[in-house]
Design a protein around this ligand. Structure first.
Ligand code: NAD
Length: 299
């Protein structure tokens, strides 16, 4: 068990690691423990861990006794660049991600890349997909900056990572501060996630690996629409590969359509799909399912 000195002298609840902890059934014992511990509405919740723990902690804090204040100490790469910023907290339902949840902001977030020293390599690569995504949709200069420093990044160099976490937090906070409820531009953060989420559900691929493939297909669709320059498409694929992320799947893409239709972001017979105009600039385009089927059949 890592970092137990942080909480050993506090009242705490341990949550088993893994996505299976993120369900209503799995968190019922957490609520019961809070009752047994005599927790009241004046208590302050701190979620310490990866995205699973902080998503659950934010959701439990937001719902137990109609809500208390909370903060996060994030220990994973995906957590620090993505999960703890933006106020989305929630749990999954029947394999569909984050279907039940709240939008409620923490009072503080502690992001320290020193935690990555104990983070398993696969989890580091998993989080890397979201790092690349955020630069792709919003910050071309940082995409090229990261590309030049990939060795330092892959070796978890502390000073490079401090800079990276700062750039990433700034991007996400800026986008979310203008659109907390995801009615507009926050949707660009879903780049790669329509196909990614469906692949994750159908193949069991880890989230970041599925999103990496989803980003490549979304970038290829962007190029097909005449938006993204083919050279930039190649740079994106190169970057993902250099970061040990997959860029294609054996799974037959048209078979993903039924799963995509159940995406919580669907709007009737269509959904907002995120395309790239260029590296660092995303565009939301409503695509109906017939058109999407034609596109998926081309790959
Ligand atoms: N709320 C949001 O906006 C948002 C955004 C993106 C992702 N998420 C959610 O985040 C979750 C994924 O987060 P994750 O990738 O951090 O997964 P995770 O929380 O499952 O952590 C991955 C693994 O790494 C371990 N771990 C975490 N930090 C560690 C450390 N410093 N040292 C050693 N081991 C460590 C965990 O115990 C776990 O086994 C998903 O449930 C996803 O839906 C939420």
């Amino acid at each position: 068990m890592h970092y137990s000195s942080f909480y050993a002298d506090k009242e705490y609840i341990l949550i088993p690691s893994g996505e299976s902890s993120k369900s209503l059934e799995a968190i019922l014992p957490v609520y019961r423990s809070l009752v047994n511990m005599g927790v009241d509405r004046n208590c302050f919740f701190v979620g310490m861990g990866g995205g699973v723990v902080t998503d659950i902690a934010g959701f439990v804090a937001s719902t137990f006794m109609r809500g208390s204040s909370f903060g996060f100490i994030s220990t994973s790469l995906l957590g620090q660049v993505d999960a703890v910023i933006g106020g989305k907290n929630g749990v999954n339902l029947d394999g569909y991600k984050n279907l039940i949840g709240t939008i409620n902001q923490p009072d503080f977030i502690i992001n320290d890349p020193a935690f990555f020293q104990t983070l398993p390599g696969k989890e580091y690569i998993n989080g890397t997909a979201e790092v690349i995504k955020q630069f792709l949709v919003a910050d071309e200069a940082s995409f090229h900056w990261m590309n030049k420093q990939l060795d330092a990044y892959l070796q978890k160099d502390a000073s490079m990572l401090f800079d990276l976490i700062y750039r990433q937090s700034k991007i996400k906070a800026e986008i979310v501060s203008h659109d907390e409820k995801e009615k507009g531009n926050r949707k660009i953060l879903n780049f790669g996630h329509t196909i990614g989420h469906a692949l994750e559900r159908e193949t069991g691929l880890a989230h970041g690996f599925a999103v990496s493939i989803g980003m490549v297909y979304a970038a290829r669709i962007s190029a097909r629409y005449g938006l993204l320059d083919p050279d930039q498409l190649k740079s994106i694929i190169d970057m993902l590969q250099k970061c040990h992320l997959p860029v294609e799947s054996d799974f037959e893409l048209p078979l993903l359509l039924e799963t995509i239709k159940k995406d919580k972001k669907r709007k009737g017979d269509s959904l907002d799909f995120i395309l790239l105009e260029k590296i660092g600039e995303a565009r939301i385009r409503n695509i109906d399912f017939d058109e999407l089927e034609v596109l998926l059949n081309k790959f």
